[in-house]
Design a protein around this ligand. Structure first.
Ligand code: KG4
Ligand code: ZN
Length: 344
């Protein structure tokens, strides 16, 4: 079942062609340089950049061997697109293109939740079908991205139960805001990772670990951000210690994620973890998660290739394959609309 999938949920224009769990092609055009100077994603710029790039990205995904090749368009069975959550004006561009392609090539449409994509990114295979590991339900999934921090029980294909989420900022958002306060630019996660690594991930500030006293599995990162803000305000000369501050802040966020994950393992009794979303590109967090599951004799799956941690259409195509298998198509293409606050 060959699927052309589109994701324009935030600041990456991505189109992929997938077959089952295999990626035949996956093109990601990142807008990060366009947003960098504004310190975050600017919706109007995102919309325009998606519109300018979408045709080129579709073309490139369909012709992974170059323009002279007949390409993959003729083998496509269905068209899939991210419906939400994400930036409304950005989602619209992908949905419009998906409808256009579905009409032109007379294909059924499949709408996908972007968060399902981040969960399934742990099962994406390359074109040779590697890695081969199969599903062993149930999983405890943790999505950690710029917009979401969520615990989900992944019960079976397309069956999810949310058991905890952030009440305010997402973990990635907190990292981005801290980096901004330190004058390190956008996106903040990768810069903080690099600076923290240079000081061996030391934590010499012990910033607050929010929500650890409560037994529920929700997160809240805005208090940590505020406390960091006031610390910098009271200690303006401390920015010279930028590496130690970056590292201590990162540790506060990661320690919170690890301790809550430990609570989730204990409460659910599930020791097989999936972690998806941009923040799990971070090697320090991967190592902490690996150590945690070892303690519980479990295993942890990350997106199979590092470039699949961030936003990409391949993960959307893989989910769409399972939806197609169950006959879950869009009933009326004209009625398909973006859902910016879509939940699982
Ligand atoms: O999943 P994603 O690409 O987009 C959303 O759906 O939000 O996640 C983006 C987030 C940003 O907050 C970014 O700072 C963070 O992922 N991120 C990282 C790293 N790379 C990206 N955070 C920590 N360490 C990294 N290496
Ligand atoms: Zn995402």
């Amino acid at each position: 079942m060959v699927i052309l999938a589109i994701d324009t949920s935030c600041d990456e224009t991505s189109v992929a062609i997938t077959n089952g769990r295999k990626i035949l092609s996956n093109v990601i055009y990142s807008q990060v340089l366009l947003h960098k100077k504004w310190g975050g994603v600017v919706p109007s710029i995102a919309k325009r950049a998606h519109e300018e790039r979408i045709n080129f990205v579709v073309e490139s995904a369909c012709h992974p061997r170059g323009g002279g090749d007949p390409g993959l368009l003729n083998s496509i069975d269905y068209i899939a697109v991210t419906q939400g959550p994400g930036l409304a004006v950005a989602l619209e561009v992908g949905i419009k293109k998906a409808k256009e392609l579905a009409k032109k090539y007379q294909k059924k449409l499949i709408s996908v939740n972007h968060l399902e994509g981040h969960i399934y990114s742990a099962f994406v295979q390359n074109s040779q079908g590697n890695p081969k590991s199969d599903f062993k339900f149930p999983y405890l999934a943790l999505i950690i991205s710029g917009g979401h921090t969520e615990f989900v029980i992944f019960e079976n294909h397309l069956k999810y139960k949310i058991i905890g989420q952030t009440l305010d900022d997402a973990a990635g958002e907190a990292l981005d805001k801290a980096a901004k306060l330190l004058g390190l630019g956008y996106p903040g996660g990768p810069v903080l990772e690099r600076l923290a690594y240079e000081v061996d991930n030391v934590d010499n500030h012990n910033f607050p670990r929010p929500m650890l006293r409560s037994k529920d599995l929700n997160f809240s990162f805005s208090g940590l951000k505020t406390s960091f803000y006031y610390f910098l305000k009271k200690n303006p000369n401390k920015t010279s210690e930028v590496k130690l501050l970056a590292s201590s802040f990162q540790e506060a966020v990661f320690d919170t994620l690890i301790k809550k994950t430990e609570m989730a393992i204990k409460q659910t009794g599930i020791n097989r973890l999936i972690i998806g979303g941009g923040v799990i590109a971070n090697s320090r967090l991967r190592n902490l998660m690996r150590a945690l599951v070892k303690k519980y004799h479990g295993e942890v799956l990350f997106p199979t290739y590092k470039y699949l941690t961030g936003d990409n259409a391949a993960m959307i195509g893989i989910v769409a394959g399972y939806k197609a298998g169950k006959g879950l198509f869009v009933k009326d293409d004209d009625q398909l609309d973006r859902v910016p606050r879509m939940s699982l």
